[in-house]
Every structure is written in structure tokens, then in C-alpha cells.
Design a protein around this ligand. Sequence first.
Ligand code: AMP
Ligand code: MG
Length: 492
Amino acid sequence: MNINQKEEKSIGWNFDNTYASLSEKFYTKQDLNPVVSPSLVVLNNDLAESLGLNIKALNSLEGIAVLAGNIAPKGALPITQAYSGHQFGYFTMLGDGRALLLGEHITPGGNRFDIQLKGSGRTPFSRGGDGRAALGPMLREYIISEAMDGLGIPTTRSLAVVSTGEKIIRDTVLPGAILTRVAQSHIRFGTFQYISKYGSEEDLKELADYTIKRHFPSIENEKYKYILFLKEVIKRQAKLVAKWQVVGFIHGVMNTDNMLISGETIDYGPCAFMDTYDPETVFSSIDTYGRYAYGNQPTIAVWNLSRFAETLLPLIDDDIDEALKIANKAIADFSQIYDKLWKNGMRKKLGMLKEESEDESIIVELLSIMKKYKSDFTNTFRALTLGDLCEDDLFLSDEFKLWKEKWDSRLNKEEKSKEDILHLMKENNPAVIPRNHRVEEALDAAVTRGDYGVMDQLLKVLANPYEYSIQQKEYTTLPPKSNKPYRTFCGT
Ligand code: AMP
Ligand code: MG
């Protein structure tokens, strides 16, 4: 069913469906799975406006019906996308088992965004699953993805969460919900793995050409465009993971199907921000061996990129050995690109813009004493920014005093005013992150009491994490000490 033209105009949807113009191997056309009683629980007004959508119309019955997957807006061509992936190292066929791509919305400024409903019901890729999602995890994705955007980290965005009025069965009975996800695209490393395994070289070329045109148009006409494509994807991953590391974000499930070619963060399942600094930090209940621990993320990015590069080999060179040599060289460059980005990010956190030979040791030494004194990652950098260095084992330690002398003399080399250094540090050290206990508190209020005020307040604070406002101060407090580590779950 389509909504009438008048309603359509007033919401502002402007769909195009280039992905659905690829061969049908890449997707299946999908009928809608309407829900009983949709109700809009969160709408991202700022994002809606930036997409050129009318907030009032989105709040109307028709607007909500679209966000619930009960009706398709005019111009949309709902599909589910096929993809595979390595999950914890093992290759599997996957695909959109509980998501539906409505189409690509073109903003008034001409930008193209995938509009995807997550939790929208069963599809041919659902296997044993119900195709649905629970309210808590969808709100969690909303909060953390928006916090990531506030932090300036490339990410898929969340436009809305609609509760479905239906119950879903997990370990317990939970309220169902649908999240509207907005992304540059949903083309994953796993999309390439899928076509490389199950398609022909022609199919692979079709996907690569489409992706290059959509995300890297400047290389479209280059002679060696496929290797340039690989290099661009490597650069974006390096940039992304460096940004994760400097704010202490742990993705938690860096499977190749959860890595986007566009370089945006996707799939906010078991992710969380680290409190105490420890490279071995793992939150996911199923990550028994710490494969996706904080300190492993750059290494895993290389592993994932290698799986992606393998899919491109037939396009890179007819001679497979030559192709392998070229791809290996590109992958080997990751660490240099990443190290530079990470070091620059860490330099800025310490108020340093110039490059000096001692920088790396200053950064590494600080991290090592932070680890020794079990310092809170975010609050340590916040305290260094504010010069508020008391009441903390780290700051009272002799190691820190020695380190601080080195840091002070390094800062003298900057030839910048104290104000400029403070400004740089504020811009690079978030005063607030979505701390796990705060997120849980907001979800609990919303899901168990229907009180969305706690979440609204949290979202406001997280929208400008570098603001250093008075309101933010109460969000910097740590959770009460617990002898049980915080655990996140994939069972979403
Ligand atoms: P994820 O863990 O969200 O990255 O999902 C891994 C795979 O499981 C994807 O193919 C999902 O579509 C699928 N999946 C996750 N949850 C469900 C569900 N409730 N019903 C059907 N498929 C699901
Ligand atoms: Mg996924």
C-alpha cells in the first residue's frame, strides 16, 4: 500500500532505489510485515530536519506507519540485502534477517542515505529468527549511535524508534520495536564476501563498480581503480578505528558483516565505552577469548580488511600472484596510516599539535601508568584538560609527577598560549561519554516505566560532548564499584 501523494509531499520522503537496480543476486524484494499497534517513542528532530523531512508529518499516523514498516512511502522499493561474513573468524551466509531497506532518500542538498528499518519482521534471510527486535536494544542503538555522531565519529544514525505493540520472545517476553537506521549505505565487507563466494567475476565487478560510483566517485575513471578502491577502504577503516581508540569505544562484534565500506560504525549490539583504562577490556558476553577487546581493534581491522581484499583479487590483476602482491602491500600500509592517525589523535588529547620525537613515549608512558592505577580513561583526560589533578591515585603517584614534568616541557615547545592548548584539549577530550550505568538507567526508565525523560536528558548531554557544561558534570561520575564486570549481549 502506498500513502497518498499529499501525505507523501508533506513528510518529504524522496526515494531513489539504485541498489535495487543491481542484479537480483544482491537482494530480494520484500513484502512488508505490518505490526499491530505502532507508536512513536523517539524521533530525532535534528536528523529529520537535516534529511529534509517534516517533523509534524513524521509524527502523523501515516508518518509513523512508514517508520513501523506498515506502509511503504511512494517511491520506496523495499528490499532485503544479501551478505555473508566472518563471525568470530568463521565464514557464514547471513543477509538482512530482520531489516528492510526502504530505499535511498535523497536530501534537499542532494545527499543519498539508505533508510533501513531494523526489527521489521521475517525475511528469506531470517533462518530461525523472528525478524524482530526488542525495545531496549533499539533504544540502546539510538543512544550510542547518536552519541558517536556527537563525538564526531563516522556512524550510521538513528532517525526514530517505534514500539510495535507486539511482544517478542527472548529469554523473557519483551516489548517489540523498530529502529529507523540512516546510513551512507549498507554495503558491507560481507557484501563483497557474499558475491565473491556465490557469484561470478562479472557480479563482483558489478558490485565493485556500483560501490565505487556511490562512495568513491573520484576514482571511477582511473585505470587501476580497484586497487585504489581497496586503498580508500583501508584509509577509512584506519580513520574509523583510530577515532574509536582515542575515545575508548569498544565495538564488541567486529565481524566482517558489521564493517561498512563507507567507513561508518554500524551494528550497536554489544558495544560499550571503556571506563577503566585496560587494553584487554571486553564487554561482550560471547567474546570469550577477547578477540574484539579494545586493544585488539586495530589488528582485527587488518584481519577484516584482508578478507575484503581477498574478494577484490580477480579485479586487481589477471595474474593472481601479482594481485596478491599488490593487495598485500596495500594492507601492509594500514599500520602506518593508522599509527599516524592514532598518534595525532592522542597528541591533540594532550594539547600537542607539533610532531616531536618524544611524543610517542609521552603518550605510551601515560597510558601505562593509567593502566597501573586503573584510571578512568575519559575522566583522566578530562582532568588533564581542566588541570584538576587531585584525589586520584594516578595523579598522586610519583610516576605521574615525573611524567607531568616531561609533558609540561613538551608543551613548552608548542609556543602556544595556555588558552589555545586548553581549547585544543577540550575539542579532543569528551567531557562525557555514554557511560554504561547511565545508558542502563535511561533504558530502564523508558522500557519499564515508559519514562523517556531520563533518556532525553542523556541524549541532550551527549549531543555536545566537548562542551564542558555544568549540566555535563553529573554525567562524569563513575558507576558504583562492582566486582562483576559490565556485560553486553548480542541477543537483541
Ligand atoms: P547481528 O548480530 O545483528 O550482526 O546479526 C547477524 C545475523 O543474524 C544477520 O544476518 C541478522 O539479520 C540476523 N539476525 C539477528 N537477529 C535476528 C532476528 N531476531 N531474526 C532474524 N535474523 C536475525
Ligand atoms: Mg550485523
